[in-house]
Design a binder for this molecule. Structure first.
Ligand code: SAM
Ligand code: SF4
Length: 438
């Protein structure tokens, strides 16, 4: 029996791509193992969105060089697409380099390596299709990812994604809905729709469904209790999306709307295609909804040209929006991107100082927002039991983690839903007790 090991870095798209790669390998007669040492084929599905993520991959390849000889080592994903055959020079023990737009070629590429080929590549970005495979191997039977689009047509000045994942390709709504029905039929109750920019989704079929209409249709699939989506781009974020969320509680009350900066001047340099005011209009729609929609974001500090006033504008945006959660990063220069040519680089130390200030402010906001939920009852989907704390981990529709204990004798199962009384709040999670139904 041929054995494979795969490690995945980066975003949900990569996690889901790996599920498809695993499914494809299983169909080729491979079986999974838990360590690279046991495997004949070792794959790293990589991320290059920031330099740190990219360096992690090279460090893995170096470690592995000592550990494994005679194996096939493959680099998949964004670093593969970005670096191409240069990877063979940096890491000569690598035999396979394949970007996400070429995964449908994996069976041929693996066969070529098994047949004695030493170096094979799949680096064509112009494949023009999405990676549909009947073989996706999902690890979680309750919650499943569905790709609705791949690639990105924007050109944010800092971002490597358009170079590593190619132009945007939307899947047909028919394919998406079929997959959602199949998943619901096999017991999944939560679906997460994925794309680099889901909000610019447009059904390539003749009726040309937009994203809000697609959301409404997916939410009607019988058996589904929760539908999430990521990532939204503020420019394409339509009021109809908020209306769809209001109309159907299956659509979770959470929107991730990355802003990147609170300064219109910086946003312009980033080529984000919206101003602070336009962004805030979207926030108003979300806050004006009948349901309480949690809002989360991504922020980059230290982008070239971000002066003190630019950074202050981001701090004041946090005060104004009151995000429920935030991912924040120091700007990391990336190959091929337009920002490399910009003047006004911010020293590393200053970017670090800004990141700390930003995170401190957001932490205080989260403590305040989470504590407003103490005393309420929230429905959670049960994720798992945490042996270390003796608590169950659940997630609310607003995407908050809610750790809880149960009355003795109460049966709780992973993937189940139950009401939990919130008793405590921290910056990153809530704690509570399952409501006694008797
Ligand atoms: N498509 C999504 C979007 O438009 O927001 C996500 C793209 S990226 C994988 C996720 C986040 O990484 C971005 O929202 C941005 O905050 C951050 N990011 C991307 N490029 C970066 C860079 N060069 N340096 C620092 N952070 C970066
Ligand atoms: Fe990158 Fe911008 Fe596309 Fe998001 S929208 S993937 S940040 S280019």
């Amino acid at each position: 029996m041929k054995k494979f090991y795969i490690e995945t870095f980066g975003c949900q798209m990569n996690v889901h791509d790996s599920e498809k790669v695993v499914g494809t390998l299983l169909s080729l007669g491979y079986s999974p193992v838990a360590t690279p040492e046991e495997a004949d084929l070792v794959l790293y599905n990589t991320c290059s969105v920031r330099d740190k993520a990219e360096q992690k991959v090279y460090s893995r390849l170096r470690q592995f060089k000592r550990a494994g000889n005679g194996k096939i080592v493959g680099v998949l994903g964004c670093v593969a697409q970005q670096e191409g055959t240069r990877i063979f020079e940096k890491a000569p023990h690598v035999g396979l380099v394949c970007g996400s737009a070429s995964y449908r070629m994996l069976p041929e590429l693996v066969a070529a390596l098994e047949g004695g080929g030493r170096r094979v590549t799949g680096l064509d970005l112009a494949a023009g299709e999405t990676f549909e495979t009947p073989y996706t191997k999902r690890d979680n039977p309750h919650r499943a990812y569905i790709t609705i689009s791949e690639g990105c047509d924007n050109s944010c000045a800092y971002c490597v994604v358009p170079f590593t994942r190619g132009p945007e390709r939307s899947r047909t709504s028919r394919g998406i809905l079929e997959e959602a029905r199949e998943l619901a039929g096999s017991g999944a109750t939560e679906i997460q729709l994925l794309g680099q920019n889901v909000t610019s989704y447009r059904d390539p079929a003749s009726d040309g469904l937009d994203f809000a209409a697609l959301l409404a249709r997916v939410a009607e699939v019988p058996g589904l209790r929760r539908v999430r989506f990521a990532t939204s781009h503020p420019r394409d974020f339509a009021k109809a999306i908020v209306d769809a969320i209001d109309a159907n509680p299956v659509l979770c009350d959470h929107v991730h709307l990355p802003v990147q900066s609170g300064s219109t001047k910086v946003l312009e340099r980033m080529r984000r295609l919206y101003t602070r005011d336009e962004y805030l209009r979207r926030i108003e729609w979300l806050k004006g909804a009948r349901r309480k929609i949690a809002i989360t974001t991504d922020i980059i500090v230290g982008f070239p040209g971000e002066d003190d006033a630019g950074f202050e504008a981001t701090l004041s945006l946090l005060d104004e929006v009151q995000y429920d959660s935030m991912f924040s990063f120091k700007y990391s220069p990336r190959p091929n991107t337009a920002a490399l040519a910009l003047e006004g680089q911010v020293p590393e130390e200053e970017a670090g100082r800004r990141l700390t200030l930003l995170q401190e402010k957001q932490r205080a906001i989260q403590i305040r927002r989470n504590s407003q939920l103490v005393g309420t009852v929230q429905e959670v989907m049960v994720e798992r039991y945490n042996q270390a704390t003796g608590q169950w981990i659940g997630r609310t529709s607003q995407n908050r983690v809610l750790n809880f204990v149960c009355p003795p004798g109460r049966v709780v199962r992973e993937g189940g839903y139950l009401p939990v009384h919130v008793t405590r709040a921290g910056p990153n999670s809530l704690a509570g007790e399952a409501v006694d139904l008797l």
